[in-house]
Design a protein around this ligand. Structure first.
Ligand code: TYR
Length: 254
């Protein structure tokens, strides 16, 4: 006979990875601001990953993106920024997109570096887009992620595909009452050379040149970094070691 009073068995069930959930949160915040969510290819070419982003082969900034090269001369994208170029080459302005996805860096691994991690890229192009629009957008994202009182800060920085460029940080108060600025990502106004390179690609494909004279901003950030600070995860390698003791902690409400 069956004893119906016995406790039931709980069946194991799968769940979304913490990074997938953070990317879903982020794209949700941007969708509510009217952005389209686009995905791109992880195998890229030199031109889209570097040259068209104003990083020619001789540019010292290439060292910032240590690259896995494939045998056929292509590469694993080192950032999601090549999708700025790909999207504009086939779509017209005004546009607002975010691009979540995996990126790869040929680097020694340690607590804060992995050879594969994720980025969320953002791109807005139109007429009279300004740095104020960029700041407002990042502030709105921070409120969505960290609550209505979160503060953001911008500091001058350098990316070949922006002018001016900046890094942005959020004011982070952890449960122990400590607070500090934490750098989340890079951003800036789209460099005119990027628009020119996009128009060159468009022209070569028989499309109209439409981007010279446009204005826009872009940003890129790492969801692993957000997860590490929000949940106190001390080592980026935990995300991809498939240890259920780690991953199983992030199943319910985040
Ligand atoms: N692609 C940059 C990186 O990987 C991040 C970034 C993206 C910076 C867009 C600026 C920007 O406009 O480091």
């Amino acid at each position: 006979a069956i004893d119906v009073t016995l406790p039931g068995l709980s069946l194991p069930s799968g769940g979304l990875h913490l990074i997938t959930r953070i990317l879903d949160d982020l794209t949700g915040i941007y969708e509510r601001m009217g952005y389209a969510v686009i995905e791109g290819n992880e195998v890229e070419d030199d031109h889209h990953n570097f040259d068209a982003l104003n990083i020619p082969w001789y540019h010292p900034a290439r060292d910032l993106w240590d690259t896995f090269w494939l045998e056929d001369g292509r590469l694993l994208r080192t950032h999601t920024s090549p999708m700025q170029v790909r999207y504009m080459a086939t779509h017209s302005a005004p546009l607002k997109i975010v691009v979540p996805g995996k990126v790869y860096r040929y680097e020694a691994t340690d607590a804060t570096h992995e050879s594969m991690f994720h980025q969320l890229e953002g791109l807005v192009v139109g007429d009279n887009i300004s740095m104020a629009d960029l700041k407002g957008t990042i502030a709105e994202m921070a409120r969505g992620l960290f609550g209505p009182n979160s503060k953001v800060r911008f500091q001058p920085s350098y990316y070949p595909f922006t002018e001016p460029g900046a890094d942005f940080s959020v004011w982070w108060e952890n449960p122990r009452g400590e607070s500090k600025w934490l750098e989340l990502g890079g951003c800036g106004m789209v460099h005119p050379n990027v628009f020119r390179a996009v128009d060159d690609l468009r022209e070569a494909a028989g499309r109209e040149r439409i981007y010279e004279g446009k204005t826009g901003f872009a940003f890129g950030l790492g969801p692993e970094r957000i997860a590490m600070l929000k949940y106190g995860i001390p080592d980026i390698r935990y995300f991809y070691a498939n240890d259920m003791k780690v991953l199983g902690q992030f199943r319910g409400e985040l």
